[in-house]
Ligand binder design. Structure first.
Ligand SMILES: Cc1ncc(COP(=O)(O)O)c(C=O)c1O
Length: 323
């Protein structure tokens, strides 16, 4: 990967990426942003909450934004390989089919089988391996089979594509007090936080949210370098084996703090959102879980934006969660 520092990323760069994403042939949309009161479900949180509905994005998650920018800017020669628990893989597979490129997704064997089948249905090869082997298998594909690696979170083009969400948020709520974003490898959090701070909103606080069992960015903040762990969570999209180096550098610069939620809190958030008429998967519900469980400091009376990042959840998984 090219050597990049957080300081080399400018607002102009992110604006150009936004133009690329929104004019992409992949059909990325400017997703709705709704105030919580529009759902009519009572919520006992004393804040003015706005939800950014990336669960309604093309392919069912925000990942298509970063993929649209990657596919527009990188060479698509030969076979592309990536690692993903599902959502990046789905967007990658969709884009590969659109552009007629060949690809392979290395998936953790904990990811739902339905996700592998969906990715295969776009003509993409899937290899399921233990989470701890993901990087070794990808390295083998690159070194022995000469495939080109597209990273699912540690990549400038991807982060810049995800950053387009930040611009859309500020167009609807120009001066949020707090923005809450879930974090896996950290690509989304890094992009959104960079747009907000580079737009001059020094007072807006941006929080990252991770599951307790998969808190690589939280640990990276403590150890002052990107670290890995044996990640386990119901939110498989938030449980990569390590935090990305570039996301870490950007989060360190622009993010207030990383807060942690339990899998039980995530499951309960999925159910509340469902009762409010919103289908959101566990990975997409973590930021909301942090807000309703009072994990975000000082939000009373404040304008709080929460990104719901994905809606790829089946009926079986949804009904397995208690009400
Ligand atoms: C629904 C959803 N939300 C959030 C994330 C985390 O994104 P990132 O790895 O950029 O932190 C993912 C990653 O797959 C995801 O699928």
């Amino acid at each position: 990967m090219e050597e990049l520092t957080a300081d080399s990323i400018t607002l102009q760069m992110l604006k150009e990426a936004r133009d690329t994403v929104m004019s992409s042939p992949l059909g990325v949309i400017n997703t709705p942003m709704i105030p919580w009161c529009q759902t009519t479900l009572p919520l006992h949180v004393p804040s003015n909450i706005h939800l950014k509905l990336e669960n309604m994005q093309k392919t069912g998650s925000f990942k298509i934004r970063g993929v649209a920018n990657q596919f527009a800017r990188k060479s698509r020669e030969g076979i592309l390989v990536t690692m993903s628990a599902g959502n990046y893989g789905k967007s990658f597979a969709y884009a590969s089919k659109h552009y007629g490129s060949k690809g392979k997704v290395v998936m953790p064997e904990t990811a739902p089988m339905s996700r592998s089948l969906l990715i295969q249905s776009f003509g993409i090869e899937v290899e399921r391996v233990p989470t701890s082997c993901l990087i070794d298998v990808v390295s083998r594909c690159v070194q022995e089979d000469k495939m080109t690696f597209l990273h699912s979170y540690n990549d400038l083009d991807l982060i810049a594509g995800h950053a387009s969400i930040g611009f859309e948020i500020l167009e609807v709520v120009p001066d949020p007090d707090v923005v809450v974003v879930c974090c896996g490898g950290g690509g989304l959090l890094a992009g959104v936080a960079a747009v907000i701070k580079l737009s001059g909103l020094e007072k807006t606080r941006v929080y990252g949210v991770e599951p307790k069992g998969a808190c690589t960015m939280y640990r990276s903040f403590i150890e002052k370098k990107p670290v890995g762990m044996d990640s386990k969570s119901i939110a498989s999209g938030l449980a990569p084996p390590f935090a990305g180096a570039l996301p870490y550098a950007l989060c360190k610069k622009y993010v207030e703090e990383i807060v942690l939620v339990t899998d039980e809190e995530i499951i309960s958030a999925v159910s509340i959102l469902y009762r409010a008429g919103l289908v959101v998967e566990p990975s997409g519900s973590a930021a909301f879980a942090a807000v309703i469980n009072n994990m975000i400091p000082d939000i009373m009376g404040k304008k709080v934006v929460v990104i719901l990042t994905g809606g790829n959840i089946g009926k079986d998984e949804l009904t397995s969660f208690p009400d």
